[in-house]
Design a protein around this ligand. Structure first.
Ligand SMILES: Cc1cc2nc3c(=O)[nH]c(=O)nc-3n(C[C@H](O)[C@H](O)[C@H](O)COP(=O)(O)O)c2cc1C
Length: 322
């Protein structure tokens, strides 16, 4: 074993660590992406449900202005499929920016893949089942993200990460990143030992100094235990986002989610009820079960160093004779 945590995929991108920050809308701005790239990972700028060309331009500016920004380091952009269908100019801008990696999540159409590839951009998408992995691979996607149900934010909660990763690795001959609850050296070591090309980490990087999350949201993440998240559509319904129903949102639970997660049909059907519920709802704090491992708001560099050193040690300990 070498003295550096690396996979064939992370080495091919000249990364110092096989870690990608999830392109979290409203959280993974230019500053977070620059910090992740500077610390050896692949930094991603995320455009979520409220993404726009103006927002992407602002975060690209923030990326270039961020401490530690280095134009020579790889970075990525992530957008949401149903958003680029509504606003094709968002995809145009993402492609014209020529990031190292372009991720399009939450869709089944892959018409964007050839376009990105023609522009010299590698492509990624999140998958929730081996059949989807096959379809995405056949469409030419370069790297797949096996996303388990424990992950934060939106996803199709079909099952736990390790069985999903296992099944996806069986059916494709592509690099596969692991997403969903990877928030500690142990969980990182586990997915790498299982054959992942790297980890795609959201929640553990949202309570960082560099994240765009508001201070109150970071406090909520620090305070929440692993058993205090819930899968819900309630926030999407009050926001009026057109999320396909199979994509549920994992958030830190609160009085609003306790009241409405099982009552979203009533909320959808009644405008006045929805308006009242929306007025009383605290802001959503997207988080996966890895939230239980967040003890404080730290700089990205400290978290990535701890993950890298710790996972390396665990993998060494697991095969001491190598
Ligand atoms: C705050 C937050 C926002 C997210 N926003 C997006 C997004 O805009 N686009 C996307 O593809 N995934 C988004 N995700 C999901 C991530 O891509 C990924 O599946 C998830 O973070 C992995 O699980 P983890 O949070 O346990 O690390 C978001 C996740 C979080 C926590």
């Amino acid at each position: 074993m070498t003295d550096r945590l690396a996979t064939a995929w992370s080495s091919s991108l000249r990364l110092g660590l096989p870690i990608v920050n999830a392109p979290m809308g409203g959280v993974a701005g230019g500053r977070l992406a620059a910090a992740v790239s500077a610390a050896g990972g692949l930094g991603m700028i995320g455009m979520g449900s409220s993404g726009s060309t103006a927002a992407l331009r602002a975060q690209l500016d923030a990326h270039r202005a961020a401490p530690g920004f280095d134009a020579a380091l790889p970075f990525g952009i992530g957008v949401v499929d149903w958003k680029i269908r509504e606003h094709p100019d968002l995809l145009d801008l993402a492609v014209d920016t020529r990031p190292t990696l372009l991720s399009v999540s939450f869709g089944d159409r892959f018409d964007w893949v050839d376009r990105a590839r023609d522009a010299g951009i590698r492509t990624a998408t999140q998958v929730y089942a081996p059949e989807q992995a096959r379809v995405a691979g056949d469409a030419g996607v370069d790297v797949l993200v096996a996303r388990g149900a424990d992950g934060g934010g939106h996803g199709d909660p079909t099952g736990a990460l390790l069985p999903l990763l296992d099944a996806v690795l069986e059916v494709v001959d592509l690099p596969v990143l692991a997403a969903g609850g990877v928030a500690s050296p142990r969980s990182l070591a586990a997915v790498l030992a299982a054959g992942a090309a790297g980890a795609w980490i959201g929640t553990a990087l949202s309570a960082t100094v560099e994240s765009l999350a508001p201070a109150e949201a970071k406090d909520t993440l620090v305070a929440a235990r692993a058993d205090e998240t819930v899968l819900t559509r309630a926030y999407d319904v009050i926001e009026g986002w057109p999320w396909p129903a199979r994509f549920l949102n994992r958030v830190v639970r609160n009085g609003f989610t306790d009241r409405w997660t099982d009552g979203v049909d009533a909320l959808e059907a009644d405008d006045a009820l929805r308006a009242d519920a929306a007025a009383a709802a605290p802001p959503a704090v997207d988080a996966g079960v890895g939230v239980g491992r967040i003890d404080s708001v730290e700089p990205v560099a400290a978290i990535l160093a701890r993950l890298g050193v710790g996972a390396m040690q665990l993998l060494r300990d697991a095969s001491p004779d190598r």
